[in-house]
Design a protein around this ligand. Structure first.
Ligand code: MLT
Ligand code: MN
Ligand code: ZN
Length: 298
């Protein structure tokens, strides 16, 4: 199984269009210590020919352009045969609008996320005779193009920012925010780009995994407030931060995961600065910081 990290940043990307925080400032100035990243999405394949995107970021066209595996092989062709969604936020879904030129694929999402798309008329550009929309049951096994075995599962999460109930039910587990499990040759890989807390069920699932790509939005829960970038804590945003006794580094430490990778990293997060104290601390704890173009073979 091959996995390409198409984008490793959280919503907004890094640097973000309207931000000159201490991390973005370095990226804008071309400092090699902060490599720009597009919004979070990965591509997976068993054979390198038939690919599935997990989430579809606003930058999907640039992501396809940068990854030869995803280039068309002939006139009106794409190796992208499916898209699986893990949430309804803009960074997960906006790229779908760029996949509208008449090449078929299957769009997999939980029933709730399918309803969200159906409620937004602009997604009707993905015509039903071209794009098949399949509602995924939680924990049901799914054969992705090429036969890759996957399933989606509930993750403690949060409604998308544009939903009227956005601030309610943060950390609830259901169809709003999901992770994706891949199984291949007796090994397990997980993609969990958004997670509000490590519930016992999620901890049990991730235990002993071969690879986990996990929500790396914030380093500190109050990072946006301290940096003067916003008024929300990580907890309010539905993102478990990395550091501290209640952070994800500590929470996932006892789970015996072979390879741990942070994805969906917000532009305010100092782990984006190579050689920063925070980057070193995360790496010392056994974590890798994903970047656009990272490849994982399982
Ligand atoms: C989030 O995960 O909270 C989103 O990336 C927010 C956003 O869309 O900006
Ligand atoms: Mn997001
Ligand atoms: Zn910034």
């Amino acid at each position: 199984m091959r996995l390409l990290v198409l984008g490793a940043a959280a919503g907004g990307g890094a640097p973000q269009w309207n931000c000159r925080c201490s991390v973005c400032a370095r990226a804008w100035s071309g400092d090699a210590e902060v490599v720009p990243r597009t919004q979070a999405s990965i591509a997976v394949s068993l054979d390198g020919e038939r690919w599935t995107l997990i989430d579809c970021a606003p930058e999907v066209l640039a992501q396809i352009q940068r990854n030869p595996e995803l280039h068309p092989r002939g006139p009106r062709h794409s190796p992208i045969e499916a898209v699986v969604l893990t949430g309804g936020d803009i960074d997960h879904i906006a790229g779908l609008l760029s996949l509208r030129e008449g090449t078929p694929f299957t769009l997999y999402a939980s029933g709730e996320l399918q309803r969200t798309l159906a409620d937004n008329r602009v997604f009707d550009v993905l015509r039903p005779d071209v794009v098949t929309r399949t509602a995924l049951g939680l924990d049901a096994s799914l054969a992705l193009p090429g036969g890759l075995e996957a399933r989606v599962f509930a993750v403690p999460g949060k409604a998308a920012l544009y939903q009227p109930d956005e601030g309610e039910g943060i950390g609830a587990e259901g169809e709003t925010t999901v992770g994706v499990e891949f199984r291949h040759a007796g090994r397990r890989l997980y993609y969990v780009p958004g997670c509000a807390r490590l519930s016992p069920a999620l901890a049990e699932r991730l235990e002993g995994a071969d690879v986990v790509l996990f929500d790396g939005t914030l380093w500190r829960d109050d990072e946006l407030i301290r940096e003067g970038l916003g008024h929300k804590t990580g907890a309010r945003m539905g993102h478990l931060s990395m550091s501290g006794p209640d952070g994800s580094i500590a929470a996932l430490a006892p789970l015996g995961i072979r390879r741990k990778v942070f994805v969906h990293i917000n532009n305010s997060n100092p782990v984006l600065i190579e050689h920063s104290a925070e980057r070193r601390e995360a790496e010392r704890a056994g974590w890798e910081i994903a970047f656009d173009g990272m490849q994982i073979v399982l």
